[in-house]
Ligand binder design. Structure first.
Ligand SMILES: NC(=O)C1=CN([C@@H]2O[C@H](COP(=O)(O)OP(=O)(O)OC[C@H]3O[C@@H](n4cnc5c(N)ncnc54)[C@H](O)[C@@H]3O)[C@@H](O)[C@H]2O)C=CC1
Length: 282
């Protein structure tokens, strides 16, 4: 039996993995999270690796509050960089493979066409910058690693845009939603399946990969689709980013090219709207 460590075990993505981990019954999944297991504490990390024979570490733990990160730079750095580095070093020492989850926010959004894995990064905010430094820390500490960059994650679990829209849509008659930030929503359940596939099939083409659902949308398109599919009667009005100022700047176009992961894993990726229907009608 191989042990798979999942950090950030109570978060959205980890919960999606938990929801389907019985499909990989030859593995034993160990879920850890704050307050008992803090990835920034190197001693705690090392102790867990010494006590368990870990074959894979899926790092779903992260400081994910994009706007708050602007005023909590040190905390964001310690979780997204130091924490990721601690796990990568422990993986290296104990011959484990690490799957680090990262974000489209490593890009500035100015390219104007979909981003490939080797395209120039230039994060606009603290969150994106720390996630990028986290990627570097992992790749420098250990060879056998995957960095999976994803975008606009949502699911039945945790906090996400779909849940926020469902709540606000039920409370309000009109909702203003930004229409000039373009990306791709990603159902965390789809990403969880891909992560399990990497573990189960012992994929050894290490490196950085992009994974989101297929297609392109603005937050406005995404909100419209949520209301239509969930049959929520709320008028959505498109607004520009400058009408909704936030502490962190976000990329205006962060669609990612997924050819590399499709070829490496021989997978087809569902179109974002199909996955949204699956999530909302589950
Ligand atoms: N949510 C989104 O829209 C996107 C998320 N991502 C990335 O996907 C990954 C998973 O995100 P979600 O599951 O949505 O996040 P989440 O915020 O639901 O879960 C993060 C988890 O990390 C844990 N955590 C925070 N600090 C910790 C620490 N010091 N030690 C141990 N655990 C700690 C939290 O308790 C929480 O359970 C993250 O790496 C995130 O950066 C990437 C793109 C978009």
């Amino acid at each position: 039996m191989k042990n798979v460590l999942v950090t950030g075990g109570n978060g959205q993505l980890a919960t999606c993995i938990k929801d389907i981990d019985s499909r990989a019954s030859e593995y034993h999944f160990i879920y850890v999270d704050l307050p008992d297991f803090d990835i920034t504490d190197k001693e705690i990390v090392n102790r867990l690796f010494e006590a368990n024979d870990i074959s894979h570490c899926i790092n779903c733990a992260a400081y994910t509050a994009v706007d708050k990160a602007e005023s909590e730079k040190e905390l964001a750095y310690s979780v997204n960089v130091t924490g990721a580095k601690n796990l990568a070093e422990a993986c290296d020492e104990h011959h484990a493979i690490m799957i680090q989850i990262s974000t489209d926010f490593v890009f500035d959004g100015n390219q104007g066409f979909s981003y490939k894995e080797n395209d120039k990064t230039n994060p606009l905010g603290v969150y994106g910058a720390t996630k990028w430094q986290g990627e570097l820390a992992v790749s420098q500490a250990l060879e056998r690693h995957f960095v999976l960059r994803t975008s606009w994650l949502y699911s039945e679990f945790g906090h996400n845009f779909v849940k926020t829209m469902q709540r606000l849509g039920a409370e309000r008659e009109i909702l203003n939603v930004v229409s000039d930030q373009i990306g791709t929503p990603t159902y965390a359940g789809d990403l969880a399946k891909v992560i399990l596939k990497i573990v189960q099939e012992d994929i050894n083409e290490y490196g950085t990969y992009h994974y989101s659902n297929e297609g392109v949308a603005s937050w406005y398109d995404f909100a419209m689709a949520i209301f239509e599919i969930a049959e929520i009667n709320c008028n959505v009005l498109p607004i520009k980013t400058e009408a909704y100022p936030t502490p962190a700047k976000r990329p205006s176009f962060s669609v990612m090219d997924k050819s590399k992961i499709k070829n490496a894993l021989q997978i087809e990726i569902p179109y974002w709207r199909e996955s949204l229907v699956r999530c909302l009608t589950n």
